[in-house]
Design a protein around this ligand. Sequence first.
Ligand code: CTP
Length: 405
Amino acid sequence: MDVLRGARIVLGVSGGIAAYKSVEICRRLVDAGAHVSPVMTKGATKFLGEATLSALASEPVQTELWGGPDPIPHTRLGQKADLIVIAPATARVIAAYAIGLSTDLLTNTLLATRAPVVLCPAMHTEMWEHPAVADNLRLLRSRGVIVVDPESGRLAGGDLGTGRLASPERIIAAVAAALGPKDLAGLKVLISAGGTREPIDAVRVITNRSSGKQGYALASEAVSRGAQVTLVTTVDLIVPAGVSLVKVETAAQMQDAMTAEAASSDVIIMAAAVADFRPVQAAENKLKKSDGLPAITLEPTPDILAGLGANRRAGQTLVGFAAETDDLIINAEKKLAAKGADLIVANDVGAESVGFAHDTNAVSLIRPDHAPRAIALASKAKIAAAVWDEILQIRSHNSPSEPNR
Ligand code: CTP
């Protein structure tokens, strides 16, 4: 998260029970090298002591428009900020911001900035679902405000529902995304992630060890760098803010979802581990042990990547993965040609800490007429950044009317 180093961030905290979670967000921003100026509303101070945030932030908390050492604190804060993040953002602050009402230091600061604003709403489910709140957020989104949607879970008072402040990881990722370079702006990107699950009967499936983490990291990196991202996935991981999600299970469903989006996409990445075989017919009910060993007839699944390669339009960049345990480069080069891809990201899934389910990966990038480029063991986020750099390089060498060879 190098983009956070030296960034001047106003952390606005408004009056909800989730105010205590702003402490963790503040700490993580400061640890990442950001300069954090905290601003609390009166309501926030009922939930969280000013001293706590002051101790952790880069400067003391400010709460007042009047009477402090700075005669016009909102313009200083607003003009100097590289970004303002409000966590939690209450219904009141959201409404005030939507109609341009400045009632306190925080709402004044919001109007006195040209920096990107990240709003992280948190409130009870009834309030979150109220049409007034939804309309205000729609309006703010249309003005370019980034909204990190709340999550579902236990709320104050023990209720269960949507409205819980997003996790610190998601909020920090959204802040980093808003501050980062936007070299993928204007690109529509389609990514698949996770292992497909092919039903044997009502409860059993054929699947593989893919966790989907590398596909999610590619989606997260792309959205941070300004792309419009659709992620077709079989797994439930934290979805990066701004990514639109299509949930699927089987290879056939993944093929339908990918095909539906393919024509309008500039870059397609098949990071999913698609099962190569599926039962011809899944039993409707659970097969019983007492009926003896089941006779399962298998058939091949469609090769989604090869289909996308055969049908791709001019100017589209197609990227596949190769999961290999032997002859990594030779097999990956064969896949590059067979599937009509511009780039194969090859990983040796037999090596330690590489590939399926790990948080780290090591890959070789294989392109037609280029020597393989090895990317040493690194986090899946770093690997994702290197893959996107390579894709940009491929696209910069090709005319928009030609397939990206
Ligand atoms: N892939 C696909 N559809 C399939 C199988 C694979 O789209 N039915 C894609 C994967 O998403 C990946 C690439 O093809 O981008 C290579 O997948 P991999 O599992 O490494 O190879 P396979 O083509 O399945 O061949 P093999 O299992 O024999 O290595």
